[in-house]
Structures are given as C-alpha cells and as structure tokens.
Design a protein around this ligand. Sequence first.
Ligand SMILES: [Zn+2]
Length: 487
Amino acid sequence: MPLRSFHKHPLRCLFAVSLLAVIGCSAVPGAITSTERTIIVLYTNDEHGWMEGVTPGQGAANLYDLWITQEGYYPEGPFLILSGGDNWMGPAVSTSVEGESMVQVMNAMHYAASAVGNHEFDFGLDVMQERIAEADFPYLSANTFRRDTKQVPTDLGIEPFTVVDVQGLRIGIIGLTTTSTPRTTNPTNVESLEFGDYEQALRATVPVVRSAGVDLLFVIAHVCMEPIRQLAALLDDLEIQMMGAGHCNELAAEQINDTVILGGGSHLTSYARASFQYDLNNRHLSGVDFSVHQNQASALDPDIAAIVQYWQQQAEAAMSVVIGFSAIAVDRRDPSLQQTFIDSWLLADATADVAISNGGGIRSALPAGPVTAGSVFGMLPFDNTIIATSLSGATLKQVLAAGTSPQVAGLLPTTNNWVEKKTGAVLEDKKLYRVLVNRFMYAGGDNYEGIAAADPEGFDTGISYRQPFVDWIKAQNSTASSPLQLQ
Ligand SMILES: [Zn+2]
C-alpha cells in the first residue's frame, strides 16, 4: 500500500501531485481542484451498541482507526459519517446506561446525523429525548408524527432533515423511520406517534430542503434495502443522490437510476462508502463511486478506546448494584420463580397476550440476601432477546403441547384447553394472539420449531430476556425487612 501515507492528509497530495498523478493521486480524499469537490460518505446502521466489537478487532475504536488510516478521514475533511439508526439497544455496555455510552462514542467518531430507528424508542420517549439532546448530531425522521398534531415531534429533538456544510457544499439530509416501529419496539412507548408513508414524507420534505438551497440531497432511512430500492425507483424525479438503508442489517452498495443505495451491515462490523465528485462550474455531479468494507485488521484509536473502556467499567460496576432483597435462596426450577420471571415480560409489554419461556431457561438460583443485577445475569446468562410473534390459538396450543415444559404467562390451563388469564376467555383457534418468546425458542430450541414455522415474520425486539425481570425486581423496592414476594 505505497499510497497509504498520503491518505493521512489530503493536502500532502497537492504538494505531491505532479509526482503521483500517474498513479491515481487525484483519488485521494479531499483533493480540491478549483472546479471540483469530492464528498465521501461513510455509512453504518444497526450499530446496536456494539462499541466493544462483536468479535475482538471489530469495535468502534477499530473502525474509527480504519477510517483514519484507510479512508484518510480527518474531522475537517470532505467526509460525512452517517448512520441508518438503531444505535443504542444491545449489549450491557450500552443498554445498562440506556444508550448514553453509545451516543458518546458516536459523538467522538464525528457522526453528522443518524436516522431514528425503531429501537431508539426502546427506553421510552423521555430517555430518547435525553439521548438526542446529548448527541452532537441530529436524529432525523420525516415520517414520524405526533398522532394528534400530525407534526414531526421536534419537542423530542427529532428533526425531519438537516443541512450540513462540507467543504463549501451544502448537503441536505432527510431521515426516515420504519413503519413497522409500533410492532418492533415496545408498542406502549410509541402510542402517541404514527409512522407515515415513506414516499409521501419525502415528496413533502424534499421541496422544503431544496428551498434551503442544497447542492446534494441524501436520505438516511431506517428502512430495509428492498423498500429503499423501490423508493429510489419511484422517486427518480426528486434527484436524490444517495439513500442509506437500515433495520435489516444488510451490507450493500449499488445504484438505482442516479441514486446510490448504501447498507452498512450491522454492529459496526462493516460499513458502506460512497464518494461524490461535484463539479462547481455547472453545479452537478461529475462522478460517483461506492463500495462496502469490513471492519477488520485495524489498530485501536486511543481516544475511542478510552471511552469504550470507561463505559465497560461502568457496566461492570452496575452489575454489583443491589436491586432487591430475597429472604431465601430460590431454586432455579421453583415454579413460583419461573412464573414470576415469565409474568414480568407481560408487564414490560402491555400489548402482548401471552409470553412463553422454555422450562430450563433459568440457569441458577435466586440468591438469599441482596440481589444484584449480576445475580440476575447469572440466572439468565445468555445473549438472548425477546421475539414478538403473532400466533393463532390453534398454533399456540400445538406449540405449548410440543415444547419442553413451557412456562406460560397470560394463560391458564384447563382440562383440554387454555383460557386467557385477563378475561377468562377460552383460547380461540382462529384468533391471532401477540405471543412473546425468546430467540432460542424462535430458532427452534427445545421443540419450539412450530413458532417460526407459523410466523416467519416474528420480530426480534432487541430487548434482553432478563431486562423485564430486572425491572420487576427493582419495582418491588424490596429490603431485608420487606423481602421479595414471588408469584
Ligand atoms: Zn430496526
């Protein structure tokens, strides 16, 4: 890689231009000629709090170092770092502080904007508002509206679009949020909101952005690639130069008509890149280029690494925080413990009818004495999340009969059927029920193959299967004189 050193700072290219012209120095980022500007987009989505790296070497500090060494990134340069949303919900280092750590990491990585993903709503609107206020970059969604006013909820900090200046070019960026959000975050959190049609939102917003005077127009969307391709084809007349996708964790870079489409993959393990050469004389694009890249084989950026390490220590400290008190040790197979655990899921999602856990799901006892977040982690140690499914009464009966010792919330058994605990109504074969299961079961573990077979569209809420139980314990405010009471 003989040119690597020249990528560190594009100005060097100006001095070396006569020497290197024949071997492609003009492609060095930020090379400014009098008539042309190059803008480089670095795009990620569905980061899901994975600042530490899903595997070693794939964390935020590696990615940022890669951008500096391979892409020639520098903060004042011709770069635009963008995210397609779902930044926060994920491992303990992010989720235990409701995404605050991830906002700090993304600030330090100089993100310029993020789409609002469905999981940005996971911690509730108040927390979302706090996170957005902490971010040095805007969270964008032009199709998220208050149900009553039909306006984008700017009171929460969400903006429909932003206009940024990069190397003298004005770039309009519009955000979109998946219309599946009421089903793919806790529905209670978004009761007051609605998520509108993508095309309508863009047709309404693009003229407003254009009237602000922009040279380039980008969309960052927490919307899967396939609908984005269709949108790009439908909206050719709007002359959008780039649309970034999200939500489906896809890694891709392609072009539909004149729109570059990017998907950055997920969990910061990869990114997509697009560069736009803009001719200042006739004020249009003279070239585009796009590609995808893995986050690998890079060193750690020391500043980002220090931030990640700080939050890892915070997460470890959070594990030793006492959240409750149990008078006695309770065996992991104790029916009341198992029932309390699965019932907590329905408390966390009031729109769900039923929750099911596999029998051996709890791995160790609830300890006697102080209960810490770490105790619950020991009881429920897996990287397992809650999946929301839609199952008919008939399927539900089959699933419960086939699965290995299911723990059930929301239903009570009768001689040869089940009744809804809330209403006493018998399970109806043809009626659809919102049923929460864990990812292990959805993948067919412990004889639960029937769930995914009946509902292949089951949605991973991203919420840890232990979180509702932690929340339940906290809500009991138990002490030595008033210990936890299980169901
Ligand atoms: Zn999503």
